[in-house]
Design a protein around this ligand. Structure first.
Ligand code: G
Ligand code: G
Ligand code: MN
Ligand code: NA
Length: 254
């Protein structure tokens, strides 16, 4: 209960920060995007992980204003990088089930792009596989509106939600993110390696970009390269970084 009470005041007290985790193209080694990851700097508890407070934010409905703040902060940051003259990259923002289902989501996204001046194609919205397939018709309607606006759409945690690409291909998607649990077992279990290879092959033949999450080892990277996975995100390259660190990293690239 106390946690919920402080969560209620966290926005106005400016206790949230967004960290950014780079996504790297395997062939070029260049950063192609960043994923925005919310952090809560609690005055007494210190940095609280999303797994501790996102479920609470979902139940209480606070995820709606918090999510809007994340989206605005991330879009503004990406626009600022472009204005500094850094190479243009995509900003990926997570949307929870409740956020995806909120009435007026499409209008909110349009408003924030307009406010921040970021072009739509530099924003990528991530929904989980579970969110996507819960009501495929609804998902398709919303994603089509976002797609018409030019926003990129990504399926997060792919492989964990018991869906199939034959169903997901009904959606206007740009990117599939292979869940980190597969990457963790990639070099330990040959069956997992076969599954990842099949996901990458099928995904790419459907015209999707493939991002492997949770890449921690060189061996995993080598395998992903050998099967033509495009992008990787993981501790092998970068942990989620503060805005300042992320900016430094982008300058180092250029
Ligand atoms: O960064 P970390 O691994 O602790 O994130 C844990 C989970 O929290 C991930 O599943 C991630 O998708 C989710 N998450 C992080 N930031 C946000 C956010 O801004 N909005 C939503 N809805 N989920 C987020
Ligand atoms: O569910 P989602 O994919 O949005 O969650 C991303 C989360 O994964 C982030 O909270 C980030 O901290 C975490 N993460 C990113 N790279 C790695 C990694 O290489 N290993 C592990 N264990 N977690 C990672
Ligand atoms: Mn994500
Ligand atoms: Na994920």
């Amino acid at each position: 209960l106390t946690l919920e009470r402080s969560l209620r005041h966290a926005l106005e007290r400016e206790e949230f920060v967004v960290h950014y985790q780079p996504q790297v193209n395997i062939d070029t080694g260049k950063i192609t995007g960043m994923e925005a990851l919310l952090r809560w700097e609690h005055p007494d508890m210190g940095l609280v992980a999303p797994s501790k407070f996102i479920p609470l934010a979902e139940e209480s409905g606070l995820i709606i204003p918090i999510g809007e703040w994340v989206l605005r902060t991330a879009c503004r940051q990406n626009k600022a990088w472009q204005e500094e003259g850094l190479p243009a990259i995509t900003m990926a923002v997570n949307l929870s089930l409740k956020q995806f289902r909120q009435p007026g989501l499409v209008e909110t996204v349009a408003k924030i792009l307009d406010e921040t001046g970021l072009e739509a194609n530099f924003l990528e919205l991530e929904i989980t596989e579970t969110t996507a397939i819960e009501d495929l018709e609804f998902t398709r309607t919303v994603l089509q509106q976002l797609e018409e606006m030019g926003v990129h759409l990504s399926i997060d945690d792919f492989g964990t939600g018991h869906s199939s690409l034959s169903r997901l291909q009904l959606l206007p998607l740009h990117n599939l993110k292979i869940d980190g649990s597969f990457i963790r077992d990639l070099t330990k279990d040959v069956k997992v390696a076969h599954i990842v290879k099949a996901i990458v092959g099928l995904g790419r033949s459907l015209g999707l970009r493939l991002t492997a999450e949770g890449v921690e080892k060189q061996e995993e990277l080598e395998f992903l390269k050998s099967i033509n996975c495009e992008d990787v995100q993981g501790f092998l390259f970068f942990r989620p970084l503060s805005a300042q660190k992320a900016t430094e990293i982008l300058w180092d690239e250029g």
